[in-house]
Design a protein around this ligand. Structure first.
Ligand SMILES: [Zn+2]
Ligand SMILES: [Zn+2]
Length: 926
């Protein structure tokens, strides 16, 4: 069967997307959770030996009323640092002298709101992949404090972020949700919460009140943690806290039990104002527990201690007299109960360790060997003895206390170790799914590489031997072997992998695909070997000459792929691209100058490259292999060098154009600081959006100018497109429609991007026009070289726009442009488009450029093939790297977000390749 290179490449990329999806499913660990029935069992009774203890009920609650005041993005230093002292005087007083306990609660990445709320209430470690589902929050089915409280008859009131209402649709006796997606509003979101307070604080008909304030987070997203807006917002929060606290204190006089006011954050805020990753600023949140139960003597100085955010779930459960959620991995904050009698303290610790050890039993088959479990058994035995002594009542107080203190220490050790075992468990991978995904991706990549000689030939077609008898026999054998392997892996003990959970038909499909790709690869390999023998008989037709541009494309592509193995290179990937693009401009400059002044005839199209061996990742070279007949420009195909045709000012424009592009890149670079190392440095975007009020008009002025200017280059592009169609009427069908699509994409990007980013769009159009008019057209680079350059510019513009490899820079507000209410699919599409607008616009420009410039349709197919290869090679190699780095310290903070980016990029590449193929098909028909 003969396939066009484009169709073949698109097919390969689609398979790679499948493989990556499977890999991701296996890579992001399934959360540690408990599948046991919720209501079935009664609480663990107090351990006792000899004399029977009859304390089988749950201990009574410690607090009558609980108010949780959650301030989104409340970083620890907003409360405990200088900002807290300055703007939150009441809270600072409580922290330093009042009846309170303060903690720095460490949130686990991804530091995004919904997974954090879940962690706070279930105590479990939500999977990393939860970040993708953050936009859409379904009902929380896992065991959690709210559901337990509701079941125990507690009346819960909620005001604040709508996410809660989605997580707990039927749990609140009263609620008012505010949507968090209009990120630019930081006043109304909070007033909507506060307006209920006066009324609700006077009422007696509730037990738990939850408030979730979003304003601080929104200020962070708009203008960062050093914004002048932060101070007034913290003061506002401080006065609200004071109002709640005084009201609770006045009511407490009538109540038997004290009340609890918990001030907490869900995650922190990076120096750039976002969150999602695992920098210190993003994971450290403030947690202050305020209650008269924590009263202190004068001179009792308490410093904030470090705890895990997940510890709050167990602590709240104990505080409310509820069972601890089953999937909880946190431990009780012991300072909360340290004033209680020894018997109660031990009982609380026992309940917590029993719950953790049950969770361990459910998730770890060899749980008896875990040190935490052994420690738990030891503590329980000691506890039993202590209870016996306690009940005998003829022992000295001191001896009892000393033994009790020992048991307590043992329990705290057991808690620590159990938590460690469970956390380690949560980071376990589904190796089988990962392996199958990797095999699929690598097979597709190998097919692409093996197809290079044929795909980039003048016909740009491949012969795919699908039905030869040898390969069908081989296919059958391979399929059998793989099926056997599948059965063995899935029946082996202790395997909980995704592939084994699939229905047989789906798993069989995956196996068949793997086997088929392997067969295709093998037959391609045999053909190359057979062909290679023929080739050796004929001497190489000419010596291969690598121009410096070829060398640069090759080394740049390989170098970039290799750089992905180091975390700092991923964090600062923009630097790699800026460097490559600048070097490319200089190389082009060199080429032009040599061409113009020295009359060097090594214009790329005239260097015959045939028969040389090549490395797979290198593609720019293979374009040349196609030779002159493959890459003919629509105008003047016979003319040896069109550069000589340029006279006067146009010649000077050609000479100046690389410098113009360089200048544009330098300007764009200073628009958005990105990455990690220098992200806090001021940039032009900063100056435009956060500076003095006079600057803040600039984005709008820019927006106006930009919208006028975006029309301008487009006009040029279109007129240039029309010029071509006038001269060559048979191309009319090709170019019309494509420019409209391109302009449509540009306009959509203009709508979605932040106002201060509009210059990126304008300059991208300027660079595209300059490169087309003065570099690609006169110098007539091969389709492959032009593709690589488009890809490089696309990547550079991805970072110019302020993107990075951290989740914190994804601008979700773009997903809500033009939508009244939250709609999942359009929102996700718009967000993805806004993020990848750089690469997508450059790819669409490539299609236009090739369609209007190249005479033979095969150029488009070759370009599609090259595009697929340069885009999918990094993703495929990266999967291998991530697999080998899966126990790296930065795996969750640096490598995993990059993996998600690579996956999305590959998906975008698949879309681009399909678009390429569709355009190619229409052209062929026309
Ligand atoms: Zn948040
Ligand atoms: Zn946020």
């Amino acid at each position: 069967m003969r396939l066009g290179s484009g169709t073949f490449a698109a097919g390969c990329v689609v398979i790679e997307v499948l493989g990556v999806a499977l890999f991701l499913r296996g890579f992001f660990p399934a959360p540690v959770f408990s599948g046991a029935e919720r209501q079935a069992e009664s609480p663990a009774p107090e351990p006792s030996a000899g004399a029977t203890s009859n304390w089988t009920e749950l201990p009574p609650p410690l607090f009558s009323k609980v108010v949780i005041m959650l301030i989104d993005a409340l970083r620890d230093d907003f409360v405990f640092g200088s900002k807290g002292v300055k703007f939150m005087p009441y809270t600072t007083y409580l922290v330093e002298k009042g009846s309170s306990l303060s903690f720095v609660a460490e949130a686990k990445p991804p530091t995004v709101t919904m997974p954090r709320i879940k962690a706070l209430l279930t105590g479990s470690l939500p999977g990393f992949i939860d970040v993708v589902r953050n936009l859409n929050s379904p009902t929380l089915l896992e065991d959690n404090v709210i559901t337990r409280a509701k079941a125990a008859g507690k009346r819960i009131i909620f005001y604040g972020d709508e996410t809660w209402v989605k997580l707990f649709p039927k749990h609140f006796v009263e609620y008012d949700g505010t949507t968090s997606f209009f990120v630019s509003d930081y006043t109304e979101v909070d007033n909507n919460v506060t307006r209920h307070l006066d009324k609700v604080l006077k009422r007696q008909d509730w037990d738990v009140l939850i408030l979730h304030y979003l304003g601080l987070d929104h200020i962070g997203h708009i203008s960062g943690p050093s914004s002048p807006l932060i101070g007034p917002k913290l003061s506002e929060m401080d006065s609200i806290l004071m109002k709640i606290h005084t009201s609770l204190l006045s009511e407490e006089r009538e109540a038997l039990l004290p009340s609890l006011l918990a001030l907490c954050g869900d995650h922190g805020m990076s120096e750039a104002g976002g969150h999602g990753a695992s920098s210190m600023e993003e994971v450290n949140t403030a947690l202050v527990l305020i209650s008269s139960a924590f009263e202190r003597k004068p001179g009792d100085v308490r410093h904030p201690t470090h705890v895990q955010q997940t510890d709050l779930a167990a602590t709240l459960s104990i505080g409310l007299g509820l069972p601890i959620p089953k999937s909880n991995t946190g431990s009780l904050m012991f300072r909360v109960v340290e004033r209680r009698p020894m018997r109660e303290q031990l009982r609380f610790l026992h309940l917590n360790t029993v719950q953790l050890s049950k969770l361990l039993q459910e998730n770890v088959p060899s749980y008896t060997k875990e040190p935490g479990f052994e420690q738990f058994k030891v503590s329980e035995r000691l506890h039993r003895n202590w209870v016996r002594l306690h009940l005998e009542e003829n022992n000295s107080e001191e001896a009892l206390f000393n033994l009790g203190a020992k048991v307590r220490r043992q329990y705290l050790d057991a808690l620590r170790m159990l938590r460690l075992s469970l956390t380690r468990r949560a980071a376990q991978y589904d190796v089988y799914s990962m392996a199958v995904g990797t095999v699929l991706v690598l097979e597709a990549l190998a097919l692409l590489l093996l197809g290079v000689p044929q795909a980039l030939s003048s016909k740009a077609e491949l012969d795919v031997p699908l039905l030869s008898p040898v390969s069908s026999l081989l296919f059958g054998l391979l399929l059998l072997a793989l099926a056997a392997l599948h059965v063995v892996v899935c029946t082996a003990a202790d395997s909980s992998c995704y592939l084994c959970g699939l229905p047989w038909l789906a798993a069989g499909g995956v196996m068949a695909l793997t086997a088929a790709l392997l067969c295709a690869g093998m037959s391609a390999l045999t053909r190359i070997f057979a062909g290679g023998q023929c080739l050796t008989q004929t001497p190489p037709q000419s010596t291969s000459r690598w121009s410096e541009l070829d060398l640069l494309s090759f080394l740049g592509t390989v170098g970039h792929v290799l750089s992905l193995g180091a975390s700092s290179f991923i964090e600062e990937e923009h630097q790699t691209w800026y460097f490559l693009v600048n070097t490319l401009c200089l190389a082009l400059c060199h080429q032009i100058y040599r061409h113009c002044f020295l009359g060097d005839d090594c214009a790329p199209q005239r260097c015959p490259h045939t028969g040389e061996e090549f490395d797979g990742v290198e593609v720019a070279l293979q374009g040349k292999r196609a030779g002159p007949e493959g890459w003919e420009l629509s105008h003047a195909p016979k003319e040896p060098s069109s550069l000589e045709a340029f006279r006067g000012p146009e010649r000077w424009m050609v000479l100046a154009s690389p410098w113009l592009v360089l200048a544009c890149c330098r300007l764009l670079r200073s628009l958005n600081q990105t990455g990690v190392q220098w992200a806090h440095r001021p940039d032009l975007g900063h100056w435009l959006t956060r500076g003095a009020p006079s600057h803040q008009k600039w984005p709008w002025r820019l927006a106006c100018w930009a919208s006028i200017a975006t029309g301008q280059p487009l006009e040029m592009c279109c007129s240039h497109g029309n010029k071509t169609t006038k001269t060559f009427q048979n191309f009319t069908a090709r170019t019309v429609g494509l420019w409209e699509i391109h302009s449509g994409l540009v306009l959509l990007a203009a709508l979605l991007l932040r106002p201060h980013n509009l210059p990126v769009l304008v300059l991208s159009l300027v660079v595209q026009t300059v490169m087309t008019q003065f570099i690609w057209r006169p110098l007539r680079h091969g389709a492959a070289a032009v593709t690589v350059m488009h890809y490089w510019f696309g990547q550079a513009f991805f970072y110019f726009q302020g993107n990075s490899n951290s989740i914190a820079t994804v601008d979700i507000s773009a997903g809500f442009v033009g939508l009244d209410a939250y709609m999942e699919i359009p929102a996700m599409f718009l967000t993805a488009f806004a993020t990848y607008s750089g690469p997508v616009l450059w790819a669409s420009h490539l299609v236009n450029f090739l369609t209007s410039e190249a005479s033979s349709g095969s150029a488009l197919r070759r370009a599609c093939f090259c595009y697929a290869l340069v885009c999918s090679a990094p993703a495929s190699v990266y999967i291998l790297m991530v697999t080998s780095l899966r126990y790296h310290l930065f795996i969750w903070s640096v490598f995993s977000p990059k993996l998600l980016y690579e996956g999305t990029h590959l998906l975008a590449t698949a879309a681009v390749c399909i678009f390429f193929t569709a355009v190619d098909q229409t052209n062929t028909k026309a």
